[in-house]
Ligand binder design. Structure first.
Ligand SMILES: NC(=O)c1ccc[n+]([C@@H]2O[C@H](COP(=O)([O-])OP(=O)(O)OC[C@H]3O[C@@H](n4cnc5c(N)ncnc54)[C@H](OP(=O)(O)O)[C@@H]3O)[C@@H](O)[C@H]2O)c1
Length: 299
């Protein structure tokens, strides 16, 4: 079937667009939900714990923007289907899904349990797959939609030791996105990636560390110490989550969005290094940048 995606997008521009954002309680999700609502998207700012919604609701009400809060835990089948079903019931459509929920599991592979590793994938990968799966029937029937997956520059390149499972979960999200694009293109559903570098949010505070890690006895204690020191220059140069929100809004508004968007000087610098260096040279540069606390902004 021939689908004129630009015509469909133009028609949609004339009607109220419905956006769903996961993990809107803080950071990137919080700013993205507000920005979409400020730009006429009826926005469902979802979060797993509604007790964290006060500030967002207060801001939305003060600005009189179309933002609603809804409970959605990306790890939970029932929570996802309840949320998406009720949004579809209310509006009959979903135009934009932002899969943003994620956290960082920190620890050496040797010291992490399989349960902890599965927990990392449950949120960062299966969570996105679960919510995406639940919006596809609606987007397919309406013949349009965009799914925006918040990955990381760490989904393109392994950067940080003892962060292996975070990197792996984001690499999985990247492969998922690239492949899903092929399967949804005939239904005029776009699937794209956002790849931020370091962003100022609650991300660092929300890091979960391997339960078996013992700083007094771990063979990785020296590496762990260096990693925490390596985070310092990264966080010092971190970008505002509003920048990520703006990139997401631009992608949602575009009639022909890119497949990937990087956000932040560090992310751009890392990609440039990747394009210019061999695999071995890149690995050496990454290791020196991080472990010698130089940061990833290449001079
Ligand atoms: N900050 C960075 O440097 C950075 C860089 C690259 C990519 N990213 C990615 O950006 C995304 C957002 O992170 P952020 O920087 O905004 O960090 P953040 O401030 O820590 O926000 C993470 C959000 O994920 C939510 N969340 C965790 N598990 C969830 C679940 N099972 N269901 C629903 N929500 C869940 C948290 O909810 P609670 O409030 O309930 O805990 C919180 O709202 C993540 O996917 C992250 O990997 C971040």
């Amino acid at each position: 079937m021939y689908v004129n995606r630009y015509k469909i997008r133009d028609n949609i521009l004339n009607m109220t667009k419905i956006a769903v954002v996961t993990a809107s309680s803080s950071g990137i999700g919080y700013e993205t939900s507000l920005l979409l609502a400020r730009n006429q998207y009826t926005t469902y700012a979802s979060m797993r714990n509604l007790k964290k919604s006060d500030e967002l609701l207060k801001t939305a009400s003060k600005e009189n923007i179309p933002l609603k809060v809804i409970q959605l835990d990306v790890n939970d089948d029932r929570s996802v289907s309840n949320a998406i079903d009720s949004i579809v019931k209310e509006n009959g459509r979903i135009d934009v899904l932002v899969n943003n929920a994620g956290f960082d599991l920190f620890g050496s592979l040797e010291e992490l349990t399989i349960e902890e590793i599965k927990g990392q994938f449950e949120t960062n990968f299966f969570g996105a797959a679960r919510v995406t799966k639940s919006v596809i029937p609606t987007m397919r029937k309406q013949g349009s939609g965009i799914i925006i997956n918040v990955s990381s520059i760490g989904g393109r390149i392994g950067l940080v030791p003892c962060n292996t499972m975070y990197h792996a979960s984001k690499f999985a999200l990247e492969g998922f996105t690239e492949s899903l694009r092929h399967e949804l293109t005939e239904f005029n559903i776009d699937v794209i990636l956002i790849e931020p570098g370091a962003i100022r949010s609650n991300f660092a505070e929300n890091i979960r560390t391997a339960k078996n890690y013992d700083s007094n006895n771990s063979p990785y204690a020296k590496t762990v110490q260096k990693v925490f020191e390596g985070f310092e220059p990264m966080l010092a140069n971190a970008s505002d989550p509003k920048e990520v929100a703006q990139v997401i809004l631009n992608a949602a508004n575009s009639s022909s969005p890119n497949i990937r968007y990087t956000v932040g000087k560090d992310a751009e610098s890392i990609l440039k290094a990747r394009a210019e260096l061999s695999d071995r040279e890149l690995e050496k540069w990454v290791r020196e940048s991080f472990m010698d606390k130089k940061g990833f902004i290449r001079q």
